[in-house]
Every structure is written in structure tokens, then in C-alpha cells.
Write a protein that binds this ligand. Structure first.
Ligand SMILES: [Fe+2]
Length: 165
């Protein structure tokens, strides 16, 4: 049961760990579903980043002498399911990419919110090393999110608009 800020930190860390594991499983499929090469590459590149995020979380769990397992992130389960459904909807390629980007923005923002919360808890509890590591992951999630926006603006949305015309 969550009683203290430390309990809240552990619970949120486990949610983040589950989130990253779910994303790690989903990213190869997302890369395959993406039609535009830069989008597929962005998803593939995010695999290594996600692995690094998992490693960072493992180090933090070790330092806190807690186990990473024990929680399934239900919001992430929903977000990943929504993104997986898109590939089966028979959408035109550019529209599929636009939809994949939108679904992945939601995933990235969930992760950004999670890491933002975690940074705050870790810093408040005096775990400065953990807070620093979590800030690095937060910065990388923001970079991933910005990468999605750039591809949407420069490639996918203009093409999707044209194909609808
Ligand atoms: Fe991540």
C-alpha cells in the first residue's frame, strides 16, 4: 500500500519500468508498420534509447534495494493497444503514419509525465543520483517527441493532406 512519498516513488518507478518494457516489445512492430523511412528509423533508434532507460531504472532499483517487477502499467497497455490497432485498419500509407505519430505522441507524453513526476520525487527524497539519471531519460523522451513532431510537420502531414485531396 502506498503510504509515503518513498512508496509513491517505488510505485511510479515500477510503472515506468513496465512502460519501458511494453514499449520495447512494441517498437519493432511500430517500425515495421511505419511507411515513411524516417519514421521507421526513429522507432528503430528509440529501441536502444528505451533499453538505456530500462538499464537506468534497474540501477535505481538496485540503489533503493527494491525489485523492478510487480506492476503492469495499465495506461501504457491501452496506449500500445491503440497504436497496434492502427496497422490493421487499412489506412492509406500517409494517413497511417500520421495516426502512428499521434498515437506515439501520446506514449511519449505519458513517459514525459512519468519521468517528470519521478524526478520530483527522487529530488525531494534526496536521491540526487537517481534524479539526475531520471532527468536524462526525461530529456531523451522530449527529444523523441520532438523527432515525431518534425517528421509529422515536414514529411507525413503534408503528404497525407495531398493524398486526401
Ligand atoms: Fe523511455
Amino acid at each position: 500500500m502506498t503510504k509515503t512519498l518513498r512508496d509513491l516513488l517505488i510505485d511510479a518507478l515500477r510503472d515506468a519500468y513496465s512502460t519501458e518494457q511494453q514499449l520495447l516489445n512494441a517498437l519493432p512492430e511500430m517500425a515495421k508498420a511505419a511507411q515513411a523511412a524516417p519514421l521507421s528509423r526513429l522507432f528503430k533508434d528509440h529501441i536502444a534509447t528505451t533499453q538505456a532507460h530500462v538499464r537506468r531504472l534497474c540501477v535505481i532499483f538496485e540503489e533503493l534495494e527494491e525489485a523492478p517487477e510487480g506492476k503492469v502499467s495499465l495506461p501504457m497497455e491501452g496506449l500500445v493497444t491503440e497504436s497496434q490497432k492502427l496497422a490493421q485498419e487499412g489506412l492509406p500509407p500517409d494517413v497511417l503514419d500520421a495516426a502512428l505519430i499521434a498515437a506515439t505522441h501520446k506514449i511519449a507524453h505519458y513517459e514525459m509525465a512519468a519521468y517528470g513526476n519521478l524526478c520530483g520525487y527522487a529530488a525531494s527524497l534526496g536521491h540526487s543520483k537517481a534524479a539526475k539519471a531520471l532527468r536524462s531519460s526525461l530529456a531523451e523522451e522530449k527529444k523523441f517527441d520532438a523527432g515525431l513532431t518534425a517528421i509529422a510537420k515536414t514529411k507525413v502531414n503534408p503528404r497525407a493532406t495531398k493524398s486526401a485531396a
